[in-house]
Design a protein around this ligand. Structure first.
Ligand code: NAD
Length: 297
């Protein structure tokens, strides 16, 4: 019999990840502020909880996948929060919250005897659905085995460090690259289309040449040329990640001229296209100014 797990935050990422744990045989107690998100997991065999505290009273290990550092803090430390749960001993955070927040949270939870495990993920909704995420686990060496067994159900576990915050630094480096690739590919593709090139031909050439990246290989062909804009990650979440990168890089006195430009473009995407729109709509900021569309045939 596998040990019970609590899971909080059943959104684009949390729902498929929680489903994998259920399918692997973990008795799962779930909580989300959206009732319909809880119902979907209950239909698959999970037990519903009425709060984060109640979830943390059902299992020694609680996992969370929540949108922002503010939400993670509230759910962990606030009224009816995880910290008040009667059984919880380990809190595994799969959210992107930045190193400073991970370190602060770890210190506050440790006072109540709860170990915080910093473990952000990458690979998008398709990675979560297919169980192929890259998991950036930062935990003491003696905890690796059981956490690897648990988290191995949602992807490949990389042990990137022993202290909270290192998983976050790893994740922010990864997401800056993903954000930059998408932003700069938008400018390159819009320039080509306005000059008279076919976008399908452009991608074919770039992907056979030296310009290929995650945007040209995946996001442009699947979500921009099709105009479906449906990768399941919002402009506001990408903006948050680039802001967290800037905070961390600047605190370490690392130059950020390219990252600052990328952050500005995402700020524009949030105000002009919408914070809740898919992050692939960033191309529309460039298209709107240039007066052309990057549309496939
Ligand atoms: P999402 O907005 O789709 O899901 C968040 C879920 O948390 C929602 O179901 C929401 O109802 C729930 N929630 C919000 N406030 C809550 C509260 N106070 N108590 C309980 N539940 C609450 O977000 P997502 O895309 O699933 O992202 C989750 C985290 O994973 C974020 O930190 C994000 O940066 C990170 N991430 C996302 C992706 C992606 O492609 N979407 C990829 C890697 C990492």
């Amino acid at each position: 019999m596998k040990k019970p797990i609590g899971f909080i935050g059943l959104g684009n990422m949390g729902k498929p990840m929680a489903t994998h744990l259920l399918n692997a045989g973990y008795p799962l107690t779930v909580f989300d502020t959206r009732k319909e998100a809880i119902s979907a997991l209950v239909d698959c065999g999970a037990k519903p909880a009425i709060s984060a505290e109640a979830t943390a009273s059902e299992a020694e290990t609680v996992i969370m996948s929540l949108p922002t550092p503010e939400t993670v803090n509230e759910v962990s430390l606030g009224a009816n929060g995880i910290i008040l749960g009667s059984r919880v001993k380990t809190l595994v955070d799969l959210s992107t919250i930045g190193p400073r927040n991970a370190q602060n949270l770890s210190v506050k939870l440790a006072i109540e005897g709860i170990q915080f495990v910093d473990s952000p993920v990458s690979g998008g909704v398709s990675g979560a659905e297919n169980g192929t995420l890259a998991i950036m686990l930062s935990c003491p060496d003696q905890e690796i085995l059981w956490l690897r067994e648990l988290l191995g159900n949602i992807g490949t576990v990389f042990h990137v460090g022993t202290k909270p915050g290192l998983g976050q630094s790893m994740k922010l480096a990864n997401n800056l690259l993903s954000a930059t690739a998408l932003a700069i590919t938008s400018e390159a593709m819009v320039m080509g289309v306005k000059a008279g090139l076919e976008p399908n031909v452009m991608l074919e050439v770039i992907n056979a040449g030296s310009g290929k990246n995650t945007a040209t290989l995946d996001k442009f062909p699947k979500a921009v040329l099709t105009r479906s804009f449906d990768r399941g990650f919002t402009n506001s979440l990408m903006h948050k990640d680039v802001e967290l990168f800037l905070e961390q890089a600047q605190s370490l006195k690392v130059p950020t001229s390219v990252a600052s430009a990328v952050q500005k473009l995402w700020q524009t995407a949030c105000s002009e296209i919408g914070p809740g729109a898919d992050f692939t709509t960033i191309v529309q900021c460039v298209e709107n100014q240039a007066g052309v569309e990057v549309k496939g045939v």
